[in-house]
Structures are given as structure tokens and as C-alpha cells.
Design a protein around this ligand. Structure first.
Ligand code: IPM
Ligand code: MG
Length: 365
């Protein structure tokens, strides 16, 4: 029914995807979901073994899969190598090759974790934002790009470029999703300064006018948005942004909901998809079995929903996570208030969530 390629990558990637794999195996054994799993090297570990972060053979396997479940890439070991060989480059190539242009990053506050946010409870309460970030264009990929010496002076250049089609297709994704949520899209740009962002605003407005008049559209400049999101997070629904602005704003939202380790993501293309937590490789805690696997497990939940059309499994996993948190079970990163009933390892968190899945599954399946 589905072919999944697991790329654990670097740092805590291996630990957290290990917990997601446990859950996949549970579904395979207990409810007969037909999933084929493959695993391979990606990022820094692939550089160490094969000299490049994404080999042709791994890319071919990704192309041949219904979905890729990714852990994290990068770490201090590979920070000083050539830009084109960095682990991050592998991730960017994978996104580009699979053309996963719409990156969905939900930031929903779990009631049980409301104290873990650095904002006041009253402000964070009821926050449920979905960032739709353009992922295969913009300044990340624009040409020319270089770092070189011109007349004895070092110069760095990157190019922020979008054409109308790139903007239109991601805007449509944002509006379609908003239609199934609270029917509001906030589009972020810098149209007061940048021509390309004027185009962004114009195209988003055009998509709205022609097809999505039933959805409310708000345009905000990125600087103002950074402030408004902290001030009134619960008034946002879908936030649409280009590659760089979306990258920045999704970290802001992660902190707002309590932990970067909680934030999943789905990167969707036409019939390819990559699922990965937004939290990064966290080299400082890698190998210690203390990382929070929830971002990866929630990414897996999104995989069931968007790639395998199993919305019920998505809901089952999400509810099981909620109950686990309600029970006061926390990894270190979400125990900032010291109120956990039980502080658990990465491994134990996976086991606890699996236990809940097993307990409540008959309500969903
Ligand atoms: C993210 C990350 C990546 C990005 C890096 C690791 C290349 O920050 O997924 O948000 O900038 O897109
Ligand atoms: Mg980022």
C-alpha cells in the first residue's frame, strides 16, 4: 500500500526516527497496514561514508517511495566544509528534486504544555497555527549565488526570485487547507521594499479573488508579523510565507508552543512528500537518549494523513500524544516548569505513546 524511505540522518535523528519506526512496526503487526520500509544514510553520516550528503542511489530510492521520513541533518563536525558538500545541501537537494514545494508546519498548543511556552498562558491559549512555507524556490535556490573575491574584496551574493507560478501553486495549497480550518490566510511579505514581494502580494490576492473569496485574507509585512504573532498568536490560522520568511517564523512559532522538539512538518509536492520534525539535529544532546521524539512521531502522523490517506491513524496518534502529555509524562525539553509527573527518555516517551495507541485504538479503527 505504501513505500516509506526512512532517512534518520545526523545527531538525534537516529533516536527520534527510531521511535517513529516502532510505531510503524506496531501498525504493521497489529492492524495489518501494508507498508514497506527502507532505511538509508543521509546528511553528515552519508558524507562520512560516501563523500556526499545525498547519493544518487538514495535519491533514486526517495523518488521511488511514496514518502520519506527524515530525522535531522547537520552538526559541528561538518560546519566548516565547503557549502556545496554540507549536510544541509543534501536536504535542499532532496526537497528540490522531489519538488516538495509546500511545507506544512503546524503549531498547535497542547493544553498540558501551556506552561512550557515562554509567553503568558492567556496569550498562548487556543493557539493553532499552520505555517505553509514555500520550500523549493526563493532565496534558497535563486541564481546567481556566490561567495568570492572581486577586486580584492570578498563579496557574497544570493538572489531572491519567485515567478508567479511558484507563488500561485503554494498559495492555492494554503487557501485549500484554510478552507478546512478556520478560513483565514495571513500572507507574509516585504512588499514595501522588495519588488519580488510585491509580486508575491499581487499573486496571493489574485488567487484569493478568483477562487477563494470564502476565505479571509490578510497581508502582513514580515517585521510586523514577527511582532503580531507574539502578541496575538491565537488569532492566526494559516500563515503563508516564502522560503526564508517561513523558515524564520516557524521557529518563532515552535518556541511559542513550548518546544522546538514538538514541531512536525510535511513537505508536499505533486505525488511525493517528505516528513520531518523542524527541530534540527541537536548535537548537544545527541546519543544521550534524552531527545523529544514527539516532533518525529507527529510528522509520522502527518504522513499517514497526507500520503496514505489514513486520517484516522493520524488522529489516533495525535490523541495518544495528547493523553501522554496530560498524564504529566515529559522529556527534558518540555519540563521547563519542573512540573512533570515523570521525566522520561526518548525511548520511554515512544513506549508511552505506543501504550496509549494500543489502549485507545478501537475508537479510531
Ligand atoms: C528547516 C531548517 C533547514 C532550512 C536547514 C537545516 C537547511 O532550518 O527545515 O527549517 O533552512 O530549511
Ligand atoms: Mg529552520
Amino acid at each position: 500500500m505504501g513505500k516509506i524511505l526512512i532517512l534518520p540522518g545526523d545527531g538525534i535523528g537516529k533516536e527520534i526516527t527510531g521511535e517513529s519506526l516502532k510505531i510503524i512496526n506496531y501498525f504493521k503487526e497489529n492492524i495489518n497496514i501494508d507498508i514497506e520500509i527502507e532505511k538509508d544514510l543521509f546528511g553528515g553520516v552519508s558524507i562520512d561514508k560516501n563523500g556526499e550528503p545525498l547519493t544518487r542511489s538514495v535519491l533514486d530510492k526517495a523518488m521511488d517511495s511514496d514518502a520519506v521520513l527524515l530525522g535531522a541533518v547537520g552538526g559541528p563536525k561538518w560546519e566548516n566544509i565547503d557549502h556545496n558538500l554540507k549536510p544541509e545541501k543534501g536536504l535542499l537537494m532532496l526537497r528540490k528534486e522531489l519538488e516538495t514545494f509546500a511545507n506544512l508546519r503546524p503549531g498547535k498548543v497542547f493544553q498540558a504544555l501551556i506552561d512550557a511556552s515562554s509567553l503568558k498562558k492567556e496569550v498562548v491559549k487556543n493557539t493553532d497555527i499552520l505555517v505553509v512555507r514555500e520550500l523549493t524556490g526563493g532565496i534558497y535556490f535563486g541564481e546567481p549565488r556566490y561567495l568570492k573575491k572581486i577586486n580584492e574584496k570578498k563579496v557574497g551574493v544570493n538572489t531572491l526570485v519567485y515567478d508567479e507560478d511558484e507563488i500561485r501553486r503554494v498559495a492555492q495549497v494554503a487557501f485549500e487547507i484554510a478552507r478546512k480550518r478556520k478560513k483565514k490566510v495571513t500572507s507574509l511579505d516585504k512588499a514595501n521594499v522588495l519588488e519580488v514581494m510585491q509580486l508575491w502580494r499581487d499573486v496571493v490576492s489574485e488567487v484569493h479573488e478568483t477562487k477563494f473569496k470564502d476565505v479571509e485574507l490578510e497581508h502582513l509585512y514580515i517585521d510586523n508579523a514577527a511582532m503580531q504573532i507574539i502578541k496575538r498568536p491565537s488569532t492566526f490560522d494559516v500563515i503563508l510565507a516564502g522560503n526564508l520568511f517561513g523558515d524564520i517564523i516557524s521557529d518563532e512559532i515552535a518556541e511559542l508552543i513550548g518546544s522546538l522538539g514538538m514541531l512536525p512538518s510535511a513537505s508536499l509536492g505533486v505525488n511525493k512528500a517528505i516528513y520531518e520534525p523542524a527541530g534540527g539535529s541537536a548535537p548537544d544532546i545527541a546519543g544521550q537518549n534524552t531527545a523529544n521524539p514527539i516532533g518525529s512521531i507527529m510528522s509520522l502522523a502527518m504522513l499517514f494523513k497526507y500520503s496514505l490517506n489514513l486520517d484516522n491513524i493520524h488522529d489516533l496518534i495525535e490523541t495518544s500524544i495528547s493523553i501522554t502529555l496530560d498524564d504529566g509524562i515529559r522529556t527534558n525539553d518540555i519540563n521547563k516548569d519542573g512540573k512533570a509527573k515523570m521525566v522520561v527518555s526518548c525511548n520511554q516517551m515512544g513506549d508511552e505513546i505506543l501504550k496509549k495507541i494500543d489502549e485507545i485504538k478501537s475508537k479510531f479503527i
